[in-house]
Design a protein around this ligand. Structure first.
Ligand SMILES: Cc1cc2nc3c(=O)[nH]c(=O)nc-3n(C[C@H](O)[C@H](O)[C@H](O)COP(=O)(O)OP(=O)(O)OC[C@H]3O[C@@H](n4cnc5c(N)ncnc54)[C@H](O)[C@@H]3O)c2cc1C
Length: 392
């Protein structure tokens, strides 16, 4: 029967995804939840947990099976990110930006680059992230100053990147540089390299943060760093901005899924607390003012989850999804911010205490409105696409 294999494959894939999601949930319950408070408050890199993440295959979650990855769709992957962020958002950053680097290689790398890097990325043997931001620019990426000049069979990179996630514990980074300072438009002079740490590529300093603890954010310094031409993504200079922006589409779906996780965690804590805390002779969940908050929080979570699902489905179908990813990122990150603040109000004084998880959610949520393109930028992307898709 011509139609038989497809549904069976789809059913198999769905069953496999379910098994992976179950395994991730067991790992979160057993290996993460009991340790979050201590690791987060003391800002400790979760070495042992990272070892377990390797075993689970999370560092290869979206890398193709032919390279040793799990080959998950963005739809399944975003559910993993949500589940992880519901427990501890920082953990998702340890594999999210690593996988964006991997997706640049998988989508745009030469076949030699795929063979050389992807199996090591998938196993977690080599981990890293994406190095775009510089001390003088983040949103306006075309203004970067890190430069690569040709020398012999390779290139020499000079410049500084900042705020780079996994900067200290990672070994390899997809670095955006200028290879032609005079190019017009400017993006034609931009190129992405896969830079492995070594002479000339060092960590400047660890950056201290409000939240998002445990994961390292660092300044990376390139000084006369020699890199072979074989590490130039795709083999030809001039497409670096395209490679970076394509990665950010998946990155924004990731961040949106983190937003759903954090917003859901704030709701979970509030639903629980409001049933045990009593004022004026009854649990506070019986006061209408608290009920209004819970209802709005729950509605935001559901709406954000639907937006993430729609964006991930568009990404998986190979459709252009910058508007969908932008909407999901904008709405879900704002939902995380609003829900974490509401959770703090619902917890009263205990919400402000370091003994309860709510204050961590409140410190983690604002990053979601900044990273992977600020929410101001998302609004500009959404509006631009809205007009482009509806010409008069
Ligand atoms: C914890 C953390 C982790 C990070 N991880 C990484 C990482 O792994 N890799 C990486 O490359 N970067 C990383 N970043 C950097 C992050 O992506 C940038 O901070 C972000 O893109 C904003 O850039 P900026 O900080 O330079 O702000 P700016 O670009 O200076 O923006 C400042 C303000 O101006 C607004 N603005 C700018 N341009 C416009 C405009 N045209 N219209 C309207 N408003 C505008 C912005 O929305 C913002 O409100 C991280 C940042 C943090 C805090």
């Amino acid at each position: 029967m011509a139609t038989a294999p497809a549904p069976r494959d789809a059913a198999d894939a769905a069953e496999q995804d379910r098994l992976i999601l179950d395994a991730v949930q067991r790992f979160l319950d057993r290996d993460v939840k009991p340790h979050v408070h201590h690791l987060e408050h003391d800002d400790i890199y979760p070495e042992e947990i990272v070892g377990k993440m390797k075993e689970l295959g999370l560092f290869g979650a979206t890398i193709g099976a032919e390279f040793g990855g799990l080959g998950l769709s963005a739809s399944t992957y975003s559910q993993i990110v949500e589940a992880v962020s519901r427990v501890w958002m920082s953990l998702s950053g340890i594999f999210n930006s690593h996988l964006i680097m991997a997706s640049a290689v998988q989508r745009f790398g030469t076949s030699e680059q795929k063979q050389r890097f992807l199996p090591r990325f998938a196993s977690g043997e080599v981990r890293g992230g994406l190095a775009l931001t510089e001390p003088d620019c983040g949103t306006d990426l075309q203004a970067i100053r890190t430069v690569a000049r040709p020398e012999g069979n390779g290139w020499v990179i000079d410049g500084t990147k900042t705020w780079i996630s996994n900067g200290i514990h990672g070994q390899c980074f997809a670095v955006l540089v200028k290879t032609d300072l005079e190019a017009q438009p400017r993006h034609r002079g931009m190129t992405m390299f896969l830079a492995e740490k070594g002479p000339g590529f060092t960590v400047g300093r660890k950056l201290e943060k409000l939240g998002y603890k445990g994961i390292d954010s660092a300044e990376l310094v390139f000084s006369d760093y020699r890199i072979p031409h074989d590490n130039l993504v795709g083999g030809e200079p001039g497409s670096g901005l395209k490679h970076a922006l394509a990665g950010l589409e998946l990155g924004r779906i990731n961040v949106a899924a983190r937003g759903v996780g954090v917003a859901q965690a704030a709701l979970d804590e509030s639903v629980r607390y409001s049933q045990v805390r009593r004022t004026f002779g009854k649990p506070i969940c019986e006061h209408q003012a608290i009920q209004l908050k819970l209802a709005d929080m729950a509605t935001r979570v559901e709406a954000a989850r639907h937006l993430v699902r729609a964006a991930a489905e568009a990404y998986d179908a190979g459709r252009r999804c910058d508007m969908e990813a932008g909407m999901a990122k904008l709405f879900a990150s704002e939902a995380a911010l609003e829900n974490s603040l509401e959770a703090m109000r619902i917890h009263g004084g205990y919400g402000y205490s370091k003994e309860f998880p709510v204050e961590r959610l409140y410190r983690d949520a604002p990053l979601l409105a900044i990273g992977e393109g600020t929410n101001e930028l998302q609004r500009l992307i959404i509006a631009k696409q809205l007009i482009a898709r509806n010409p008069v």
